[in-house]
Design a binder for this molecule. Structure first.
Ligand code: SF4
Ligand code: SF4
Length: 253
């Protein structure tokens, strides 16, 4: 069982920490988690596992509803043993280390981010998650926050996660909570099931309804990252009426 954690701000944006196999707590943090996955986490993991997004979601995740917004979220399904170990942990560490989720990379830091609408930018705040089982805090290596983000390969994750966050952050809750089941299913598919979303774009009447540049179609046909960016545009259009997609002229007449 994971011990209670304490969250503290990062003094001077510097902290001392190191994680390595010689520590007796090694892999202790890979158990007893509620590990939420972002759309980018899912792309990285399903590609690493050579699975379709649908197969990955079925096999490794549980969908649940965010208590505040009512939007669907996805978390990694832990083993059902007493420790609730992560399915990807081995005695040697994370078997998919190079594609581990953003939250695993960031640990032992946490990040709170939100969109600042008036400046069109993301505001962020980092804090330390100090759990008593984690002995890395006793090590001497010192990091700035940016050094840690770079070392853990987080810059790409933060960029992708912020574009996902941009869909709904700052929207009035009364609008989010009024989404129909169909809209919620669309949100889930566009965010978390890119292979199904790709079929929706290429195999439904979608392309009869929207003007999409050939080069964009070529990119989203094969590139999951481009598809994710396109899914964000689609959700802003379909859920909030933003003009992020061009409707075909003959439909407007
Ligand atoms: S030092 Fe902390 S992060 Fe590293 S293995 Fe131990 S518990 Fe996990
Ligand atoms: S995905 Fe990897 S790093 Fe994250 S909890 Fe599982 S084993 Fe640990």
């Amino acid at each position: 069982m994971i011990d209670a954690s304490v969250m503290q701000s990062v003094p001077g944006r510097k902290f001392r920490f190191a994680c390595h196999k010689e520590l007796p707590c090694f892999t202790r943090c890979c158990a007893g988690l509620d590990l939420m996955l972002t759309p980018y986490d899912i792309i990285r993991l399903k590609n690493r596992l050579h699975l379709s997004s649908g197969a990955f979601l079925d096999r490794y995740t549980t969908a649940y509803t965010d208590r505040i917004s009512g939007l669907p979220l996805v978390k990694l399904k832990m083993h059902t043993d007493e420790m609730r170990r992560c399915p990807f942990v081995s005695p040697g560490g994370c078997v998919f280390y190079a594609d581990r989720p953003g939250a695993c990379r960031l640990y032992p830091l946490g990040r709170a981010a939100s969109k600042i609408w008036k400046d069109h930018r993301v505001g962020e705040y980092y804090f330390m998650v100090k759990e008593s089982h984690c002995l890395g805090w006793k090590e001497e290596k010192e990091w700035t926050i940016q050094e840690w983000l770079t070392d853990q390969g987080l810059d790409a994750y933060n960029t992708m996660n912020d574009s996902f966050m941009d869909i709904t952050t700052g929207r009035p809750l009364k609008i989010l909570k009024k989404f129909s089941n169909r809209q919620l299913q669309m949100y889930y598919m566009a965010c978390y099931d890119p292979d199904a979303f790709r079929r929706f774009v290429f195999e439904s009447s979608f392309m009869d309804r929207f003007d999409i540049a050939e080069e964009v179609l070529n990119r989203i046909h094969t590139d999951d990252i481009e598809l994710m960016a396109f899914a964000c545009r689609w959700l802003k259009f379909s859920l909030f009426g933003e003009m992020t997609l061009q409707i075909k002229h003959r439909l407007r007449a």
